[in-house]
Design a protein around this ligand. Structure first.
Ligand code: SF4
Length: 293
């Protein structure tokens, strides 16, 4: 990483004109929600705070997008199934060869299981995933005319496809609003006290109730972006977090600004993203192909 890029790491979230920056408040100032301590937050205050967090994240991650490479609903469905228990980067490095070998559900339905297993091996759990991919391709071919259905109730009947995968496909390939509860999303919304539920369906319902439908898909991307870049599982970078003043869990991670900056994994600091083919407005570097990292 160049010195110029190195110095940029960590500066972008705080430098972005978030409300905290506009009002000259330090991002590490004790948030109102935390100051209130154990005092229960009213429903109205919770909704306001949640929507402010969403607005702040929309400024910081104005280019938020799904981090799986895909060109059609079938590719997104396959990539999302492969993304279980691995990174989007690893999936994106694996799918070019997979989609070249099996461009359609009909092709994948007729795949030799062992050949397909070897192609998806880098994503882990490759035997179970190969079974799901062949199973869902057979179902698409036989029950849906070779097309990915655009309804949740149909998608969840496909092998290996749960609510999370269905919502990813609906939100990003069909424009149907949906909240995607993955590991990042669940962790962050619990830190923000938007919910205390662990069950993904309950988390989804609690979060959906705080926002208009039109926000659901982009909110999901922004929250997941923040979870990957700033609010990490083990060491959240609280001292460099642009929404610290709105977060009741401020202090769960590193609060020293300089140390916190070092924890950021941020494309504006020169880190490559997860996608080999990012959208045109993506400000960071594309990821490298498999074996070239
Ligand atoms: S990094 Fe810290 S302050 Fe920011 S959202 Fe996560 S827990 Fe809250």
């Amino acid at each position: 990483m160049s010195a110029a890029r190195d110095s940029a790491v960590g500066e972008r979230p705080a430098a972005k004109k978030t409300k905290s920056a506009k009002t000259n408040k330090s991002p590490v100032e004790k948030p109102a929600a935390a100051k209130a301590g154990a005092k229960a937050e009213s429903r109205t205050a919770l909704v306001r705070r949640a929507r402010r967090i969403n607005r702040e994240l929309a400024e910081v991650y104005s280019y938020a997008h799904p981090e799986l490479d895909f060109e059609n609903p079938f590719q997104l469905l396959v990539a999302t199934v492969l993304s279980a228990q691995t990174t989007d980067l690893r999936v994106n490095q694996t799918t070019p060869a997979l989609f070249a070998a099996y461009p359609t559900p009909e092709d994948m339905a007729a795949a030799d299981p062992e050949t397909l297993e070897q192609l998806i091996r880098p994503t882990g759990f490759f035997r179970a995933k190969a079974k799901s991919l062949i199973g869902l391709s057979v179902a698409l071919r036989d029950r849906f005319g070779g097309e990915v259905p655009g309804r949740l109730e149909d998608l969840v009947t496909l092998p290996g496809v749960g609510r999370k995968t269905a919502n990813v496909v609906l939100g990003n390939a069909f424009g149907v609003p949906g909240v995607t509860v993955d590991t990042h999303f669940g962790r962050l919304v619990r830190r923000w006290k938007w919910t205390d539920a662990e069950d993904p369906e309950k988390v989804e319902a609690d979060v959906c109730a705080l926002f208009p439908k039109s926000e659901w898909t982009m909110l999901s991307h922004r929250v997941i972006f923040h979870g990957r870049r700033v609010c990490h599982s083990r060491k959240p970078a609280c001292g460099a977090c642009p929404i610290a003043p709105l977060c009741p869990s401020y202090g769960e991670g590193e609060t020293d600004p300089e140390k916190a900056k070092k924890l950021l994994k941020y494309e504006m600091g020169g880190r490559p993203g997860q996608r080999l083919k990012p959208p045109a407005d993506y400000p960071g570097l594309p990821a490298s192909p498999l074996g070239a990292e």
